[in-house]
Design a binder for this molecule. Structure first.
Ligand SMILES: [Zn+2]
Length: 311
């Protein structure tokens, strides 16, 4: 299956793509621009392993509940107390702020009410993290992270500091496989006559498979390999249900032969691993499988050069 025909790979196109997706995969959503992540002043990517697992789960849950990127919540937790490490005894600081998210008691009471927490404990991350998320959302996040963060902490350097950490967490996120399954057809020239011709890296091929086919049972969830925005969701000219995610300008991943309807629509922002639809048999196919492809500026790239090695 092929929706797009390229006109030859750009020199070294796969290499920069890998770097782009890993470095910038979700930053577009997070900070509005990949340039934020590319600034040389940024520290090297922080390992997510620096976040205690119990905190990571709480950041992710709170992010999901309040529609916020968990990486920013984790940035707040890092800057405030290094995820609780700097305030292990929950002692008030000079201003009276306490706990992993460094709340003043009066602010915490309001935030906990916003989060609907009964009997909140300022020292407990399971209460403090969702309370912080509720407060940030009430103060304008994610539409205006800057204002929400300044309201959280009036230090003018605070929003940038938090976003720097948030971006470093994004950068540490790996690209994931769209599903588990057996690769039944690889990328490249093929004898399968269903596949269209393509000029690739200056050579003309009568039949060229622009992605990889991954066989999996009907109904298997298909996931976004990295964060981005849905730029196509519907039937292509062959009748296949297709979803396309743009991770960066002109860097697109494509998921084909899905069941109708897909789980997302054009314009949706998706995060890494988000379900886009289910394996189906729409379009021209001999059995249930996912046709998965990656395009850079319309030119197909071997997905195996982008996806992590199978463990
Ligand atoms: Zn295919």
């Amino acid at each position: 299956m092929s929706r797009r025909l390229g006109c030859g790979c750009l020199v070294g196109c796969a290499g920069p793509l890998i770097a782009f997706i890993i470095l910038c995969g979700a930053v577009g959503i997070l900070a509005g621009s990949c340039a934020v992540a590319a600034e040389p002043a940024l520290p090297p990517p922080a390992a997510i392993s620096g976040i205690p697992p119990a905190y990571l789960v709480l950041y992710e849950q709170a992010g999901q509940r309040f529609g916020l990127q968990w990486q920013v919540l984790a940035g707040v937790g890092q800057v405030e107390t290094q995820h609780g490490r700097l305030d292990a005894d929950c002692a008030p600081n000079f201003a009276g702020a306490r706990g992993p998210m460094q709340f003043l008691p009066s602010t915490f009471a309001r935030a906990a009410t916003l989060a609907g927490i009964a009997n909140p404990d300022i020292c407990n991350p399971a209460d403090a993290i969702p309370a912080a998320a509720a407060l940030l959302a009430a103060d304008g996040a994610p539409t205006n992270w800057h204002a929400a963060l300044l309201h959280y902490n009036p230090n003018p350097a605070y929003p940038d500091e938090v976003m720097t950490w948030a971006n470093s967490y994004v950068m540490a996120v790996q690209v994931v496989w769209p599903l588990d399954g057996t690769i039944t057809q690889g990328f490249g020239p093929t004898s399968v006559t269903l596949e269209p011709p393509l000029v690739y890296e200056g050579k003309s091929y009568p039949h060229f498979h622009t992605g990889i086919d991954i066989a999996a049972p009907l109904g298997t969830p298909v996931r976004a390999i990295a964060g981005g925005q849905v730029v196509f969701a519907g039937r292509d000219t062959s009748g296949a249900v297709v979803v396309e995610i743009e991770h960066l300008p002109n860097v697109v991943s494509l998921y084909g032969h899905l069941q109708d309807p897909p789980a997302v629509k054009v314009g949706d922002a998706v995060v890494t691993g988000e379900v886009l639809g289910d394996v189906g048999v729409t379009g021209v196919t001999t059995g249930p499988h996912l046709h998965f492809a990656i395009y850079e500026a319309g030119v197909p790239v071997d997905p195996l050069t982008v996806l992590p090695p199978k463990g």
